[in-house]
Design a protein around this ligand. Structure first.
Ligand code: UDP
Ligand code: MG
Length: 325
């Protein structure tokens, strides 16, 4: 029998969870009845420190249900940590990762599974064919981000790629081996390699509740993506520094020659002040880039856990019984 684990990170999703669960069970039921050898499911909900009724709902879901489990964090650790915890807890032969807001349609799991079951792919992932329903500025900036990161980084990230995917056990274990603290899953998924199939689908708006991404969070996320997979900004900083050294060297020569030829008039201080400010700004900018990398090294060397579990459901079986968390 093939087992499929479905991992769902949830942060303040009480509005959408009941509908989501219904749809998920419906989709799982269809796969079960279509398969010959039988298909087992486990649903792992990861409550990422929600402060609404999400945890209560999850408790209700798991009561008297042997295939649903939850893990609840002690605070909000972010989606990346929730994904990691869910993947770590999963036991299935195939693992599906999806959002709770129904932007990742559960009906697609059947198609993903049938593609993966052929054995040709270790990962079947969803890609948004469009960005309908997204604010124009956000969509433009996202496109710009993907263009830049694909230019400067070692891994190519598919534009419109979602975290929504079905992976084989082998692929999932590879993702779990990447134990870095500052995680950028879209890059990690690509970095681990293996064959990935893409399924295009139309973007839909979340069924209920609000998006958890503020503009600031998106900017931080794109910085994370760039810095995790590229050191090009560091090189850019050194290049800018070099360029300014050259310019100032030329300027010094010009000034010396001018003074020797025309004497030393006191005019010219405003342009001088401008140059001082400008060069100062560039220096700070470059130091800032270096600082961003150093702060990541700092966090990485602390080796803090990615998440802390507050409670979790201990359903029927052996899951993580050695975990005293
Ligand atoms: N999420 C999470 N922790 C967070 C933010 C989001 O677990 O700190 C979950 C959220 O509950 C949802 C998924 O990540 O299931 C995607 O979030 P959202 O729909 O807000 O993102 P978007 O679809 O707009 O990219
Ligand atoms: Mg969403």
């Amino acid at each position: 029998m093939v087992n499929i684990s479905v991992v769902i990170p949830c942060y303040n999703e009480e509005a959408v969870l009941p509908v989501f669960r219904e749809k998920l069970e419906e989709a799982a039921g269809k796969i079960r009845s279509a398969s010959e050898g039988g298909t087992g499911f486990e649903f792992i909900f990861v409550d990422d420190g929600s402060d609404d009724g999400t945890l209560d709902l999850l408790k209700k879901f798991t009561a008297g249900d042997t295939i649903t489990r939850y893990i609840s964090f002690s605070r909000n650790f972010g989606k990346e940590a929730a994904i990691f915890a869910g993947l770590e807890a999963s036991k299935g032969d195939y693992i599906v990762l999806m959002d709770a807001d129904l932007q990742d349609p559960p009906e697609m799991i059947a198609e993903m599974y049938s593609m993966a079951a052929t054995g040709d792919y270790d990962c079947v992932a969803a890609r948004r064919a469009d960005r309908k329903g997204e604010p124009l500025l956000r969509s433009l900036l996202s496109k710009l981000f993907y263009r830049i990161i694909n230019r400067i980084s070692d891994v190519q990230i598919v534009s419109g790629a979602r975290d929504f995917r079905l992976m084989s056990r082998k692929y999932c274990n590879a993702v779990l081996k990447v134990g870095e603290y500052n995680r950028f899953s879209k890059g990690i998924f690509k970095w681990v390699g293996f064959k990935t199939a893409w399924i295009d689908y139309a973007n839909s708006e979340r069924a209920a509740g609000k998006t958890k991404w503020s503009f600031y969070k998106l900017v931080r996320y794109s910085l994370e993506g760039t810095m995790s997979f590229s050191s090009a900004p560091l090189a850019a900083a050194s290049l800018i520094g070099l360029l300014f050294c050259l310019i100032s060297f030329i300027l010094i020569c010009v000034i010396i020659i001018k003074t020797l030829v025309f004497g030393d008039p006191t005019s010219g201080w405003p342009s001088l002040a401008c140059i001082v400010f400008f060069v100062g700004g560039v220096q700070l900018f470059c130091t800032g880039i270096v600082g961003e990398y150093i702060s990541r090294i700092y966090l990485e060397t602390k080796k803090r856990p990615l998440y802390i579990i507050n409670e979790k459901s201990y359903s029927s079986d052996k899951l993580n019984t050695d975990d005293k968390n």
